[in-house]
Design a binder for this molecule. Structure first.
Ligand code: NA7
Length: 298
């Protein structure tokens, strides 16, 4: 694909979206960008991206439009709202939704955009903002294989795309992974307060964890957030709660017992209500430490 002549529309320049848009620009694609808070596009526009006044304005000239917004409500608004993309997107274009959203909204988007001869892929991403900056995301794609193949070079700039199956499957896969990650963070928090109260130094507990059979990058990332509290947000706690809510909704539709997810949701919603929604999801450790009456540090 001739990058220099391929224009990509990009909607949603939050923590992940902005880094992804930067990677595409660096790779030589032409970009038209929109974000609800316009200021977040400034550096991209300074680097050559074109600013769109409304989501629908990213459509002209764009064969591919990537959407990376918070949740179902945001996706609904940018696709189907008053100035939504669906009002102007051209036949033959592909909309790639990288947000973590429900399978239900993917089905809706496929039907609504399909009527305009516009293709739609769901492509939620795994890993952190650090991986987004390095172009090393794991990208789970749901939708037609031939459309996936068409988008592979673009997605390849952002990381490693993996075709999971038909529409809905990639969203479900992502929710299964985030359900596991959330319960692991809750488990880590309980490990943390247990070891702390038993008088085991944090460094010793971490060494044993890392040398043992149950280590995981999820724990290493959480450890980093404890060691370096000023390190910024990797994944908002409010998004982790959103994903557990989505997983529980889908679990209910499938008639599944998900006791760990349900308990983890209680802790995440408590953390959010106590003002930790805008913090990194590792803040679940802070909440558990508070409930246990142990200090997080020191
Ligand atoms: P962020 O940093 O919270 O970014 C969310 C983006 O979604 C950001 O561009 C928001 O615009 C946008 N947003 C949120 N609500 C709306 C509405 N109602 N209308 C339009 N745009 C909206 O999240 P991340 O980048 O970390 O994650 C994005 C997705 O990937 C999410 O699904 C995660 O679970 C995984 P703003 O800048 O606030 O104006």
């Amino acid at each position: 694909m001739a990058k220099k002549r391929t224009r990509i529309g990009f909607i949603g320049l939050g923590l992940m979206g902005k880094s992804m848009a930067e990677k595409l620009l660096e790779a030589g694609y032409l970009l038209t960008v929109w974000n609800r808070t316009a200021g977040k596009a400034d550096s991209l526009v300074a680097d050559g991206a074109r600013w769109a006044h409304f989501p629908v304005d990213v459509a002209p000239g764009a064969k591919f439009i990537i959407v990376m917004v918070a949740d179902d409500a945001a996706l609904d608004s940018v696709l189907f709202g008053e100035h939504g993309l669906a009002r102007g997107v051209k036949r033959g274009a592909v909309v790639i939704n990288c947000s973590t959203t429900s399978p239900a909204i993917s089905y809706r988007a496929v039907n609504a955009l399909g009527g305009k001869q516009v293709e739609y892929l769901e492509a939620p991403v795994m890993k952190s903002t650090r991986a987004a900056r390095r172009g090393e995301l794991q990208i789970l794609v749901g939708g037609k294989r031939e459309v996936f193949t068409k988008c592979e070079p673009i997605l390849g700039v952002l990381g490693k795309p993996h075709h999971i199956g038909d529409i809905g499957r990639a969203s479900a896969m992502k929710l299964a992974c985030n359900l596991l990650a959330a319960t692991m963070k809750q488990g880590f928090a309980e490990f943390f307060i247990f070891a702390k109260k038993a008088g085991i130094p944090f460094e010793t507990a971490m060494e044993v964890l890392h040398d043992g059979p149950v280590d995981s990058p999820v724990y290493r990332e959480t450890e980093q957030a404890i060691v370096n509290p000023g390190g910024g947000v990797n994944f908002y706690l409010r998004h982790m709660l959103k994903d557990v809510n989505l997983a529980l909704d889908l679990g209910r539709q499938m008639d599944l017992p998900l006791p760990l997810a349900a308990m983890t949701r209680q802790m995440l919603v408590t953390a959010k209500n106590l003002g930790r929604g805008e913090k990194d999801s590792s803040a679940i450790v802070e909440l558990m430490a508070e409930l246990a009456g142990v200090p997080v540090r020191g």
